[in-house]
Design a protein around this ligand. Structure first.
Ligand SMILES: Cc1cc2nc3c(=O)[nH]c(=O)nc-3n(C[C@H](O)[C@H](O)[C@H](O)COP(=O)(O)OP(=O)(O)OC[C@H]3O[C@@H](n4cnc5c(N)ncnc54)[C@H](O)[C@@H]3O)c2cc1C
Length: 463
């Protein structure tokens, strides 16, 4: 994305805070800037803002929230920090993690208290790196609903939203100060808008095969399930302005994408005792070791697929979930009265699946250690009738991006700051370290909304 020289450029309109991208990060940034009494314009490439956020399950991790206290859950920013640092084996920017783990709870409480977006704790998610239940979601538990609620709050706040507005270039002086941007409209025409501060909230680069090949060569050609505009445009602009990037090899993967229907399927079944087997009817991992890295493990199986197996008890527990209902409606979930029936419905060998489920029961009952090292503390023992669904692995969202300070302001490689450029969400470096295995559940929206709030507050101070 080119950086255009300022020269004697005059803008017909100049706004104090300009935000590129109308997903969770951009909308949260807009609310924070409006709360500081500053005028805001959000530029969104699509006709209707949806973004990766709308594809998500709408859950964000945070520690020490009012919602946790209401649910009787004791938690703290320090514990959250420790959990993240353990997950990434210390390989991340501790200052960034400190800020995000401290500011996530005030972000959730503020969105609820000031902007009427109620979050409660999703107690069905446990483990996977979080030592206590700290995933928060709006009542509908979907990203679509979260987007709807954020958009309503933005409208109430008086922030301006310009859709069909694709940020293509920035005007900046020699010191990297952005004085305005150029946008492209769907008919190919261009408009220039001046600004005092720019917030890059354009998400990551999961849908940009060239950037994947450049930064995550091991995942070149891998299955991607993400928002089409996750092309890395904000990251590229930040780099061109002199910003530095880190952890560009990191991404959030997932190993439970219903296939070939391409629908996100719930991991709750696995958390509560379900398993993943491959086409040979064999397990191939500790399914609870790493929900993000599980995506790569599934991609490595024959035909790049696996089968999630669970039973009637777990089905009854979670059939109300939006994603499960979708999968049931399109016939992706197979029901079977016995292991033999399940094997033939899924097209996997019956003998092998029978042995796998027998071993699983024995491990859950404590008669033998699990071969893959999974600890089944309170996992439900699967019993006929069974359910099974074919799934694949995919890259959801990249985790590397622009390095930011405690105010979400973009850093240069030498540690100095770009004068008036901020970043958050997928456009900023996450807290997952350099690998896909460092992603702790619900960190994507945590980075988006927490850094969004900090970016909005900080950008407003530059007015
Ligand atoms: C299937 C799936 C499930 C997920 N589930 C969860 C979950 O439950 N919890 C969690 O924490 N994370 C989850 N994630 C990750 C999470 O969705 C992202 O981390 C988060 O949505 C990123 O927010 P964002 O605002 O940075 O990006 P987005 O929501 O993608 O918003 C960016 C916006 O910028 C726009 N844009 C892009 N380029 C330009 C441009 N040049 N000019 C103007 N506009 C532009 C895009 O159209 C988009 O609307 C999931 C991801 C996927 C794919």
């Amino acid at each position: 994305m080119p950086v255009l020289p300022v020269l004697s450029k005059k803008f017909e309109i100049t706004v104090p805070v300009l935000i590129a991208g109308g997903g969770a990060c951009g909308l949260t940034a807009a609310l924070a800037a409006r709360d500081a009494g500053v005028d805001v314009l959000i530029l969104e490439k699509d006709m209707i803002p949806r973004g990766t956020t709308s594809m998500s399950q709408g859950t964000m991790c945070a520690a020490g929230t009012q919602a946790q206290r209401d649910a009787g859950i004791e938690d703290s920013a320090d514990q959250f920090f420790e959990d993240v640092m353990t997950k990434v084996h210390g390989e991340t920017d501790p200052d960034l993690v400190r800020v995000v783990t401290r500011e996530a709870a005030p972000t959730i409480d503020w969105l609820g208290g000031t902007h009427g977006i109620p979050f409660s704790v999703d107690t069905s998610w446990k483990g996977l790196g979080h030592s206590v239940q700290r995933l928060h979601a709006p009542p509908e538990r979907t990203g679509e609903a979260l987007m709807g609620r954020l958009l309503q709050a933005v409208e109430r706040s008086g922030a301006d939203l310009m859709t069909d507005a694709h940020l293509t270039d920035a005007y900046a002086d020699a010191g990297g100060r952005v004085v305005g941007v150029r946008i492209e409209r769907p008919d190919g025409s261009h408009e220039d808008i001046g600004c005092n501060a720019l917030i890059l909230a354009t998400c990551g680069f999961a849908n940009n095969p060239d950037m994947i090949a450049e930064f995550i060569p091991d995942m070149k050609g891998a299955h991607v399930f993400t928002w089409e505009n996750s092309l890395g445009s904000g990251i590229r602009l930040g780099i061109d302005l002199g910003g530095s990037v880190a952890d560009m090899t990191a991404f959030q993967g997932y190993g439970a994408l219903a296939y070939p229907q391409e629908l996100l399927f719930n991991y709750n079944y696995v958390i509560d005792g379900g398993v993943l087997v491959n086409k040979n009817g064999e397990r191939f991992s500790d399914e609870m070791a790493d929900v993000s890295g599980q995506g790569v493990k599934v991609m490595q199986q024959p035909d790049h697929v696996a089968y999630m197996i669970y039973d009637e008890t777990l089905h009854a527990r979670y059939e109300h979930l939006h994603e499960t209902r979708q999968a049931l409606e399109v016939g992706a979930v197979k029901f079977a009265a016995s292991v033999t029936e399940l094997s033939s419905a899924l097209g996997i060998p019956s003998d092998a699946l029978t042995k796998t489920l027998r071993d699983l029961s024995a491990s859950k009952a404590g008669y033998q250690d699990d071969f893959w090292g999974r600890v089944f503390s309170d996992a439900h023992d699967l019993k006929a009738p069974y359910y099974g669904i074919q799934v694949t692995g995919a890259i959801y969202h990249t985790q590397g991006g622009l390095e930011v300070n405690e105010n979400a302001q973009v850093k240069r490689g030498d540690g100095s700051l770009l004068p008036n450029v901020f970043a958050g969400g997928g456009a900023a470096r996450g807290m997952s370290g350099p690998r896909c295995s460092g992603y702790i559940p619900a960190a994507g929206l945590c980075m988006a909304m927490t850094l969004g709030r900090l970016a909005g507050q900080s950008a407003a101070r530059l007015k």
